[in-house]
Design a protein around this ligand. Structure first.
Ligand code: SAM
Length: 273
């Protein structure tokens, strides 16, 4: 079957920026890209790709546009209340608590997790924070935010973990020291493992169902038995037992322990709180 104009465009974009747009929800993606093209008076995918190829600034804007970076500290506060309990319990039981914030955008999510760990008095923990978008990672590394991203943080914690500089609030080093930012394309880069808690929130909603299915398998594989996987408020895992996990509260899933999968128990392997 002949490829249509949009398929050709997606393949060219994949070659150019390494993001496979075939894995995103087709209708939603096409509508969004068409809107973006409209801003540059283009309604033709071949023509728009020529514009992208000849204008590095436009290409950067297009990449930014594709990777919707909306985020804030303690986004979905009720979910974070449950995560606080999980971090406190796991952190007290384990020598090192390993957390991954996948699709971390500008860093609000991993720094929120670091605040929870600090507040729970956890000494030994590490947070890997990854994203495909290097500009977002750059902002995350700087850790300087305007008040609109910080509205869910109580004033006492704001003073404790941020220093104010004009209209910006900068994350203090005590949090920065615990978070490692890394470029990682969920559709391409191999997944690291051995995590107790993984957050991938408001990211895979953009991918088509087959890709979502694949990614959930990969995330669950990256968790230790009994580890937790957190997704966004408008995301959903159908039949979680097919991935070897169960839903424990809104947006939060737990990987089965060795006992639940029927595998022999290793001593110390079951790290359920
Ligand atoms: C809406 S933000 C979510 C940020 C944060 N998780 C939250 O819920 O507040 C979505 C993030 O997913 C990232 N993203 C999109 N596609 C990705 C991919 N293929 N690999 C890694 N990150 C991706 C975007 O760059 C963006 O920063």
């Amino acid at each position: 079957m002949a490829m249509d104009e949009f398929d050709i465009f997606k393949n060219k974009v994949h070659q150019k920026i390494g993001l496979d747009l075939n894995k995103y929800k087709e209708k939603q993606l096409k509508r969004r890209i068409s809107q973006f093209m409209g801003r540059y008076n283009s309604s033709d995918f071949a023509h728009f790709f020529m514009l992208l190829s000849s204008d590095p600034e436009l290409l950067a804007k297009f990449k930014d546009f594709l990777t919707i970076n909306t985020s804030e500290f303690f986004r979905d506060i009720k979910v974070f209340e449950v995560i606080a309990g999980i971090i406190a319990r796991l952190g007290k039981k384990q020598s090192l608590l390993k957390i991954w914030s996948a699709g971390c955008s500008v860093g609000a999510e991993p720094y929120s997790l670091a605040i929870l760990a600090e507040e729970a008095g956890i000494r030994s923990y590490s947070i890997l924070a990854s994203d495909y978008d290097v500009n977002a990672l750059q902002e995350a590394t700087e850790g300087s935010y305007t008040a609109n991203l910080l509205k869910n943080i109580p004033p006492s914690l704001l003073d404790k973990y941020f220093s104010r500089n004009g209209n910006k609030y900068k994350v203090k080093n005590i949090l920065k020291a615990k978070v490692t930012f890394k470029e990682h394309n969920l559709l391409k880069t191999p997944y690291p493992g051995d995590f107790d808690l993984i957050l991938c929130r408001n990211v895979f909603i953009y991918f088509n169902q087959d890709v979502q299915h694949e990614l959930i398998h990969l995330f669950v594989r990256s968790l230790n038995p009994g580890g937790y996987f957190v997704i966004g408020g408008s995301e959903f895992i159908p039949f979680p037992d097919q991935y070897g996990c169960k839903k424990i509260s809104a947006c939060i899933y737990q990987k089965n322990t060795m006992a639940e999968t029927g595998a022999p128990q290793k001593s110390g392997a079951n790290r359920i709180p």
